[in-house]
Design a protein around this ligand. Structure first.
Ligand SMILES: Cc1cc2nc3c(=O)[nH]c(=O)nc-3n(C[C@H](O)[C@H](O)[C@H](O)COP(=O)(O)OP(=O)(O)OC[C@H]3O[C@@H](n4cnc5c(N)ncnc54)[C@H](O)[C@@H]3O)c2cc1C
Length: 543
């Protein structure tokens, strides 16, 4: 992972001259005045943890698992939002942890939490480090120091129960490894966020992630049937059955808790049979309103495809619906991506009205599902514009974050944000976000797509591109404040899948109200009385 950018350096990209010229002509983008910092020039705070405390940490996990090198500290500084990257590019490593500590078992995590409580050391649980909401940035005030608790050594698939279709994983398993491990059993999770290459299962649960195939596989929190959590006050073992009426579901309290209540050390996840076939296609609609109505019809009438996203006019024009390129594609209207994963129909399935397929756990065969979805899309004004070759979709779906690095280097700020609302409120929410961004940033390109659909509503995912001013971090923070206020005002949720972190903390408090905040504070004070876990994230509780 690049320390001031995204992903594998070998996949980094350059912007074509034509695009650079367009950015300059349309948005006034100019190269930044100073070159980006080098790893050696990043300014890090001195290590605050005294030697005896570092030795005590090593006493729990072994000396080789307490890392204090410049590279290790920098790689565990903040997450991967655009302001995070801009700060690193400017050489600002002020939020670096004092040490990176890698536990090898649940017991070691529990022992570390006890030690850190006694010694008042702040602990930032660290999965893939892909948070885009400030979820990895701890407050130092009042602590002897800060450690990043890197869960990378907890990377095993513990068991697979093909009868219940449940797999147990450790939290540090990265998404591609989870898929590889499950593929050996003919299974899949089907969780494919854009951060897939680096993010971990523990991080997905802690931040309630949602992947690009959520229409078919559900959100990550839908997949979690059980959790083991180490807290400073003891262990939690949650989830004895798929559903239960035994009081409030405490799994839900831990999902989305972003490491402030405890550290997830094991997850039991619902798995599905790996599909035999995948197919992605594009549909065109005359307008975003027409396309939205079609997506609503599919979400409410079913059956759902696995992937269902609709770009607005701007995103379609720029070509982000075909995300491997941002060259203007001259596409008119609004493009939707509709994806299917499943099995071909057998003669027996057809003869018994799909009962055989459903019984075999294969669901409605792909062709039948495709036909049913196409009927609804066509009725709602959609026009099929052809299949997307599988390879193109696979390549394109992960390429946008690499493009962000190239845009930042060229002097453009590009950032994404997301919200969700009920269908009836969606047009107002869409307008409110656009107006807030354009009002604050002036000349800029604001694009949107519907990224996840439900019977009752959908998520809106925005991408904004603007020219960096002299202080691009402050420039974005002003825009973000304006847009967060607009989302709260328009009745949307402050986040559909990125989580709260530090960036959405105030808007989240406004969303759940003072009694909601008091509930979270009460849980926090009981589970983590010294307030060592992720201080400053999710709730403003200081211990
Ligand atoms: C380029 C890019 C694209 C993205 N696309 C998507 C997307 O499509 N969908 C989506 O949902 N998100 C997306 N994200 C956001 C991010 O990937 C998700 O929030 C993801 O869930 C974070 O996983 P992680 O392993 O990187 O967690 P981290 O970033 O390491 O941690 C996230 C939060 O969870 C806490 N945490 C991590 N592990 C644990 C644990 N085991 N126990 C307790 N707390 C823990 C951390 O302290 C932090 O507060 C994207 C981010 C980037 C940079």
């Amino acid at each position: 992972m690049r320390w001031a950018g995204w992903g594998d350096p070998a996949k980094s990209r350059e912007l074509p001259d034509q695009v650079l010229k367009l950015l300059h002509d349309l948005l006034g983008v100019r190269p930044p005045p100073a070159p980006a910092a080098t790893l050696e020039s990043v300014e890090l705070p001195p290590i605050a943890l005294p030697e005896p405390l570092l030795r005590a940490l090593a006493g729990v996990v072994g000396e080789e698992h307490v890392l204090t090198s410049r590279a290790d500290r920098v790689l565990h500084t903040r997450g991967k939002s655009t302001p995070d990257l801009l700060r690193m590019r400017a050489g600002d490593g002020s939020d670096a942890p004092d040490a990176v500590v890698l536990p090898g078992s649940h017991e070691e995590v529990a022992a570390l939490l006890r030690l850190c409580t006694t010694e008042r050391i702040a602990v930032v649980p660290f999965g893939g480090g892909t948070s885009v909401v400030g979820g990895l940035q701890a407050s130092r005030a009042g602590f002897a120091g800060v450690i990043a608790l890197d869960l990378g050594r907890l990377d095993r698939l513990r068991s697979v129960d093909t009868e219940s279709m449940v797999a147990e994983f450790e939290p540090g398993v990265r998404a591609p490894d989870a898929e590889r491990l499950l593929a050996a059993h003919g299974l899949t999770l089907g969780h494919v966020p854009q951060s897939f290459e680096y993010a971990t299962l523990g991080g997905f649960a802690a931040a309630r992630s949602s992947g690009q195939a959520s229409a078919g596989y559900g959100r990550f929190d839908d997949m979690v049937v059980g959790l083991t959590v180490a807290t400073p006050s003891g262990d939690l073992e949650l989830g004895r059955a798929p559903k239960s009426a035994a009081g409030p579901d405490l799994r839900q309290l831990l999902l989305g808790s972003e490491g402030v209540f405890g550290v997830i050390t094991s997850l039991r996840l619902r798995v599905r049979r790996a599909p035999a076939e995948r197919l992605y296609e594009r549909w065109r609609f005359a307008s975003f309103a027409e396309g939205s109505a079609a997506l609503r019809a599919i979400a409410q009438e079913g059956p759902l495809p696995v992937v269902l996203r609709l770009s607005d006019e701007n995103e379609t024009m720029v070509g982000l619906a075909k995300p491997e390129s941002i060259e203007p594609g001259g596409e008119a209207g609004c493009l939707a991506i509709v994806g299917y994963e499943g099995w071909p129909a057998t003669g027996r399935d057809v003869a018994d009205g799909w009962a055989g397929a459903v019984e075999a756990g294969r669901g409605i065969p792909l062709p039948a599902r495709r036909e049913a979805v196409a009927r609804v899309l066509a009725r709602m004004g959609g026009e099929p514009v052809g299949e997307v070759p599988g390879e193109e979709w696979e390549r394109g779906r992960f390429s946008a974050p690499y493009l962000r690095d190239a845009l930042l280097a060229a002097g453009a700020t590009v950032e994404t944000l997301e919200t969700a609302g009920f269908w009836a409120d969606l047009p107002r929410l869409y307008d409110a976000v656009r107006l807030a961004l354009l009002g604050e940033l002036g000349s800029s390109l604001v694009m949107c797509h519907i990224s996840h659909v439900y019977e009752t509503g959908a998520s809106l995912y925005f991408t904004v591109v603007t020219a960096q001013d002299d202080d691009p971090v402050a420039q974005w923070e002003r825009a973000k404040a304006a847009v967060s206020a607009a989302i709260v005002e328009a009745g949307g949720t402050i986040t559909h899948h990125h989580g709260v972190g530090r960036d959405h903390r105030d808007a989240y408090a406004a969303e759940i109200g003072p009694v909601g905040v008091a509930i979270l504070e009460a849980v926090k004070s009981r589970l983590d009385p010294a307030g060592i876990l992720n201080p400053g994230v999710l709730i403003p509780w200081t211990g």
